[in-house]
Design a protein around this ligand. Structure first.
Ligand code: PMP
Length: 370
C-alpha cells in the first residue's frame, strides 16, 4: 500500500496551490533574467517579485536576499563566505552546517536547547575572528533555540552569527534584524514551495565571498542563472504561509504524545520540556529500531521518518539526540512525526493504533528471542 497519511512535513511539505500556479506560469517565461531584452526583463520581474515577497515576510530590504538552490547551498555559502578562522556551531545543526571547514561545536542541554554558557566559554577561549551558527528550530525535535541571546553574546565578543531558520519559516514569526543575526538561511520546500530553491539573507554591508563564481547574478554574490520557476514558487509560498494555521497542529501533536505515553509501550518524547514548534514530535519506541518502525508504518500507509530524513539511508543514530545525552540504544529507536495544518484527528488516531501494533510485535519478537 502506498503511504496515505503523510506525517513527514519537516522533510518536505506538499506544494501549495499558489506556489504551483506561480511555478507553472514561470515555466513559460523564456528569457534569462540577466538578458536585457524584454524576454529577459519578464524573467527578471518574476525573480524580483519573489525577492520582495521574501523581504516583506522578513522585514528586510529586498537587496539583502540572495537566492540559492536550497538551504544546503545557503548554509555552505554563509559558513564559507565570511572572513573568519573559527566556526562555532551548535552540536545539533543540520549536516550542511556541520560539514563546513574548521567547525567546532558547542553543547546543547538534555532538553535539546543550545547551552549558552558553553557558547560563551568557547567565545572567550580564543581571540580570533569567529562565526557562530545556531538554527532557529531543530528539524528533528522542533525545539526552538535561543538565537537572540546567542546573537547578543556573539556581538559582545565581536563575532558574526548565522542562523539556519529553515524549520522556523512559516511556523514562527521572526526577522533577522529582530534576532540580531548577520546571515539567515531559508528553504522553499519546507513551507510548500518547490524543491530546489532557498535563500541566504545577508546583513547590509557584510562582505561575503561568493561560493559560486563566474556570472554576476544576485549582485555578484551567487553566480549561475536563477531557477526562475522555483524562485517564483518559493516567493508565492512565503507570501501564502500562514503561521496561525500551522500552530493549529499543536493540539493534535500534544494529543498524539499523550496517547503514546499512555499506551504503556514506554514511549519517550524528546525535547518535550522545551519550547517547540507545534507540528513536530520526536519519539522513541524502546526496543524497536527506527528503520523497522518507518518500514512498518509505511506498510500501514503512514509516512514518518527516522530522525532526520536528510540522513535516511544512514544507519547511525541521530547526532541531535546524541548531543542531548540520549543513550545510543534509545536514540536508535526514535522516529520523527511532523504534522501540517491539514493533519486530521483521524490521522493521529490511526498513527497511535499502528504504533500500538508495532510495539506489540516488537515485544513479541523480543520474547521469542529471549
Ligand atoms: N537545514 C535544516 C534545519 C533542514 O531541516 C534542512 C532540510 N532537511 C536543510 C537545512 C537543507 O535544506 P535543503 O533541502 O533546502 O537543502
Amino acid at each position: 500500500m502506498s503511504a496515505s497519511i503523510y506525517l513527514d512535513y519537516n522533510a518536505s511539505a506538499p506544494l501549495l496551490p499558489a506556489a504551483r500556479d506561480a511555478v507553472v506560469a514561470a515555466l513559460d517565461v523564456v528569457g534569462n533574467p540577466s538578458s536585457v531584452h524584454r524576454f529577459g526583463r519578464d524573467a527578471r520581474r518574476l525573480v524580483d517579485h519573489a525577492r520582495r515577497q521574501l523581504a516583506a515576510r522578513l522585514a528586510v530590504d529586498p537587496q539583502r536576499v540572495i537566492f540559492t538552490s536550497g538551504a544546503t547551498e545557503a548554509n555552505a555559502a554563509a559558513l564559507s563566505g565570511v572572513d573568519v578562522t573559527r566556526r562555532l556551531v551548535s552540536a545539533i545543526e543540520h549536516d550542511s552546517v556541520l560539514a563546513a571547514n574548521a567547525v567546532e561545536t558547542f553543547a546543547v542541554d538534555g532538553k535539546g536547547v543550545a547551552d549558552l554558557a558553553s557558547l560563551e566559554r568557547a567565545l572567550v577561549e580564543a581571540d580570533t575572528p569567529t562565526l557562530v551558527s545556531l538554527q532557529l528550530v531543530n528539524n528533528e525535535t522542533g525545539v526552538v533555540q535561543p538565537v537572540q541571546e546567542a546573537a547578543a553574546l556573539a556581538r559582545d565578543h565581536g563575532a558574526l552569527i548565522h542562523c539556519d531558520a529553515v524549520q522556523a519559516l512559516g511556523r514562527l514569526a521572526f526577522s533577522p534584524d529582530a534576532l540580531g543575526v548577520d546571515l539567515l538561511t531559508l528553504s522553499s520546500h519546507k513551507i510548500g514551495g518547490p524543491k530546489g530553491a532557498g535563500a541566504l539573507v545577508v546583513r547590509d554591508g557584510l562582505p561575503l565571498k561568493p561560493l559560486l563564481r563566474g556570472g554576476g547574478q544576485e549582485r555578484r554574490r551567487r553566480a549561475g542563472t536563477e531557477n526562475v520557476a522555483a524562485i517564483a514558487g518559493f516567493g508565492a509560498a512565503v507570501e501564502a504561509a500562514n503561521i496561525d494555521a500551522w500552530s493549529r497542529a499543536t493540539g493534535l501533536r500534544n494529543r498524539l504524545e499523550t496517547q503514546l505515553v499512555a499506551a504503556d509501550a514506554g514511549a519517550v518524547v524528546f525535547g518535550a520540556h522545551a519550547d517547540r514548534v507545534g507540528n513536530t514530535t520526536c519519539v522513541a519506541m524502546p526496543g524497536v529500531d527506527a528503520e523497522t518502525q518507518v518500514m512498518a508504518f509505511d506498510l500501514a500507509g503512514i509516512a514518518v521518518s527516522a530522525g532526520s530524513a536528510c540522513s535516511s539511508g544512514k544507519v547511525a543514530s541521530s547526532h541531535v539526540l546524541g548531543a542531548m545525552g540520549v543513550p545510543d540504544a534509545l536514540a536508535r529507536c526514535a522516529v520523527r512525526v511532523s504534522l501540517c495544518p491539514d493533519t486530521m484527528a483521524a490521522d493521529i488516531d490511526r498513527f497511535v493504533a499502528v504504533w500500538g501494533q508495532i510495539a506489540v510485535r516488537g515485544q513479541q519478537g523480543r520474547r521469542a528471542v529471549a
